[in-house]
Ligand binder design. Structure first.
Ligand code: SF4
Ligand code: SF4
Length: 362
């Protein structure tokens, strides 16, 4: 397991240019330099030099981060910011009582079995993916924890891809590992990583994902081709017809690398008007543990998002991450608005509500 000392050179690469401030959603709200990577690197440098202790106060600032990765993409010194914060968090949490307790809750005995039990009791409510061994395209479906708890997506997949020539392969994947990285539980992350890598032992063209955060985490350790549900729908040229005209907008999750599929997909939806919102790729403010630990800041970031959503006049906000759905709901609830109801839906949930779904082979 790496420790903070291994990142000494990376931390020293920070030129203190402050460019990360311009993209950090937490800095935008707090104006606090300790919230952004530059300030955290100053503190961690102090820890490495022995001038500071990796204590509760520094941990508080490590937690003041959405792990959105926006600063990593923007940093001229190309520092892998999140990896350094996760390692520092691990070094702190593994030696504290609260950290040990969280690691215990995240263990395969508690968290792992909780997901397994839900997966088992929801089997009767899930449509089984029909086997099409001669299909031209084989996708290995990474379901993710939310879809393991809730059977709806399995049923949507069957409906959307019924007429397509694809084989959806299911394996017993564990969590992608993102919640463990966020808590600095690097040992549990390594455990799920090793388990998930074993699941790749079959023939497939792509790993299919339905959650931008799962996909970006899996990409850290799986050297295979990925395809998101949106991309797959466009690739197969699936078209949708809605009975009533509907206006939609889209929130791009921070972890969604590529949203080139969105506009072609929505063009293939009859009766759907797409309105692009301002700053559509700004963070929703949720980020799991972040919302629990920094509730007010999380809600302030969500409220900024809500303003942009409302300005579009859309009936539905679409996204492709279950965590973002919670963040968008938080923004709408905390904005205390009166008036037109806005629905928030995962892209696939929305497509499933169309009246006609067909594959265009022309
Ligand atoms: S953008 Fe990178 S180099 Fe500049 S202050 Fe932020 S972390 Fe340091
Ligand atoms: S990962 Fe996101 S929230 Fe964290 S410091 Fe970088 S920009 Fe700010």
């Amino acid at each position: 397991m790496e420790n903070l000392e291994d990142f000494k050179d990376d931390i020293n690469k920070c030129s203190k240019c402050g460019l990360c401030q311009s993209v950090c959603p937490v800095y935008k709200i707090t104006g606090n330099d300790c919230a952004v990577s530059r300030g955290k690197f100053v503190m961690l440098d102090g820890v490495l030099k022995g001038d500071l202790k990796l204590n509760k106060n520094i941990n508080k600032y490590l937690d003041l981060c959405l792990k959105c990765g926006k600063c990593t993409k923007f940093c001229p010194s190309a520092i892998d910011v999140c990896k350094i914060f996760e390692t520092a968090k691990y070094q702190y949490a593994k030696n504290t009582l609260s950290g040990k307790f969280i690691f215990f809750l995240q263990s395969k005995y508690i968290f792992g079995n909780f997901i397994k039990i839900f997966k088992t009791i929801t089997i009767p409510f899930r449509k089984k993916h029909k086997s099409k061994p001669d299909a031209k395209l084989k996708v290995l479906y990474f379901k993710g924890c939310v879809n393991n708890l809730c059977p709806r997506t399995d049923n949507y997949l069957e409906k959307i891809f019924a007429a397509s020539d694809i084989e959806i392969i299911e394996k017993d994947f564990d969590c992608c590992g993102l919640p463990f990285l966020s808590s600095g539980n690097l040992e549990r992350f390594e455990e799920v990583k090793q388990h998930n890598l074993k699941m790749l032992d079959c023939e497939f063209d792509y790993v299919l994902t339905d959650c931008a955060s799962c996909e970006s985490t899996l990409k850290q350790y799986m050297d295979v081709k990925f395809i998101s549900l949106g991309e797959l729908i466009v690739k197969l040229n699936i078209k949708f017809k809605f009975s009533q005209p509907v206006k939609v907008t889209f929130h791009k999750p921070c972890h969604l690398e590529n949203d080139d599929f969105l506009e072609p997909l929505l063009k293939n939806c009859e009766n759907v008007e797409y309105i692009k919102m301002e700053n559509y790729d700004d963070c929703c403010g949720f980020a799991g543990e972040f919302a629990l630990k920094n509730n007010r800041i999380s809600s302030d970031i969500s409220k900024l998002k809500t303003k942009n959503i409302l300005n579009t006049g859309a009936d539905i906000v679409l996204t492709s991450c279950p965590g973002c759905i919670l963040g968008l709901h938080q923004g709408i609830i905390h904005s205390n608005r009166i008036g037109k109801k806005i629905n928030i839906k995962n892209l696939t949930d929305f497509l499933e509500t169309s009246n006609i779904i067909y594959v265009d082979n022309t």
